[in-house]
Structures are given as C-alpha cells and as structure tokens.
Design a protein around this ligand. Structure first.
Ligand code: 13P
Length: 252
C-alpha cells in the first residue's frame, strides 16, 4: 500500500496584491518551519507568483498556479502557459476548479487537455472535481464525480495518473462555511479512488493523493484528515490568514 505524503494547499483565488502576498508568506514561513512529514503549497494569483517565488526561495513551501492554457505558447490573449509558470517557479497547477467550470464554462474536455499539458510542462496537476447541491440532492453525486474524474483523465497513462493530485470540492461547501462532514467527504474520496482503480489498477489508485476542499478551517481539519482516503486539503478563505492556515497545515 502506497504511503501518501499529506499535502495542504492554499488557493488564494483572486486575492492578494504583491505586498499582501509578501506579508502573508513571510509570516507563514516562520510559523510552519520545520515540518517535514507533510507538503505545503500556496497558489497565489498569477500577478503575485514572482513575488511569492522570491519570498519562498530556500523554504520548503511550493508554488502552484490556479490555471494554465494547454498550448505552450501562441495567440491566446489573456492566457498563461505551463512553460511560463514553470519558469516562475511553480511546481503545481490547479485545474478545473468549480469556479472556472461555473464562471468560465470550462468543460471536462478542456480540463483533460490542461491536465496533459501540465504534465508535459513538468507541473503536477491538482484536478478539481465536485458536485453542486442540486446534483447531490438529485442523487447524482457519484455519477458527476465519476464523470469529472474520468473526463479530466481522458487518455492518460497509468504513470501520469499516479503522479497527480485530485481535489474533491463539493460546490455547496465552497465559501459557504458548510463543510462536508468527515464521513460525507470520505464516501466521495473512496469513490474517486475506486474510479481511479477501475481506469488503472489498485496500486496506481493507492498512489494518488486526494485532497478535500470546501470550508476547511482550523477547527474541522483534524476530523477530515483522520479519514482513510483524505490525503490533504485545498483551502480557500482560511489560507489567506496566517494563523488559520498555519494551524490547518499543523493538523493532528
Ligand atoms: P473555501 O475554503 O473558501 O471554502 O474555498 C475552497 C476552495 O474553493 C479551494 O479551492
């Protein structure tokens, strides 16, 4: 059985100018220094990535971008490519976040192209999946989760799947203060792992880290992290405050 190193990632979304990013990361570095049994990642907006890379130089905190285009370069106004992110010092990239699916009409086919591009360009994808409240109440939760997981991984080799990260973020729990209970999250994480096993094999599925996201806070992280298939957290709002993010990173 694979040992999955816990991963706590902070998705800053469209928050933080460069001075704010510098302040937050300078404090964070001090608060969480010396933790070696877990991985910590922050995903500032594109405009703060260079500042973040400078502040984090020499620290173990890794950088993620929040999106990328699948082409390495080209006439795609407003887009940013994998090689550009890599050059800025990014190790990870969030792909298919529900806010992009919802507000930018991103579909599974685009998500799959982005996942492949990220890996081609040397970035670890954090592929996001999650159902809306309506889908959950209709009883379609697992169908949606399987469709997004399979859709986002379309055409991927086993080895590529083993190396990526999946984030389960129920849309109804994002920014609402309404977290999935540890049991609710575990049920979906287990279903995601079973889906991965079905499209690859059990060893590959066991290697994939599956993060939970959606109103993760200092006071609920421990219960979530105690679940067998929850390997980390993708934190929105609470990652913008040093104290709360540092406590989440130091989950017990
Ligand atoms: P919140 O933690 O603010 O609910 O956001 C979760 C999220 O969308 C992380 O990607």
């Amino acid at each position: 059985m694979a040992v999955r190193r816990p991963l706590i990632a902070g998705n800053w979304k469209m928050y933080c100018t460069r001075p704010a990013a510098e302040q937050l990361l300078t404090a964070l570095k001090v608060q969480i220094s010396g933790l070696t049994d877990r991985e910590v990642v922050v995903a500032p907006p594109f405009t703060a990535l260079e500042t973040a890379a400078r502040v984090l130089a020499g620290s173990s905190i890794r950088l993620a971008a929040q999106n990328l285009h699948w082409e390495p370069q080209g006439a795609f106004t407003g887009e940013v490519s994998g090689p550009m992110l890599k050059e800025l010092g990014c190790s990870y990239v969030i792909i298919g976040h529900s806010e992009r699916r919802q507000y930018c009409a991103e579909i599974d086919e685009q998500v799959a192209r982005k996942v492949k591009a990220a890996q081609r360009d040397g970035l670890v994808p954090i592929l996001c999946v999650g159902e809306t409240l309506e889908e959950r109440e209709r009883g379609d939760m697992l169908t949606v989760i399987r469709r997004q997981t399979q859709g986002g991984l379309q055409g991927q080799e086993k080895a590529a799947i083993a190396a990526l990260v999946i984030a389960y973020e129920p849309v109804w729990a994002i920014g609402t203060g309404r977290t999935a209970t540890p049991d609710q999250a575990q049920e979906v994480h287990a279903a995601i792992r079973a889906t991965l096993a079905a499209i690859t094999d059990q060893d590959t599925a066991d290697a994939v880290r599956i993060l939970y996201g959606g109103s993760v806070k200092a006071d609920n992280v421990d219960g979530l992290m105690a679940q067998a298939d929850i390997d980390g957290a993708l934190v929105g709002g609470a990652s913008l405050q040093v104290e709360s993010f540092a406590r989440i990173v130091q989950f017990r």
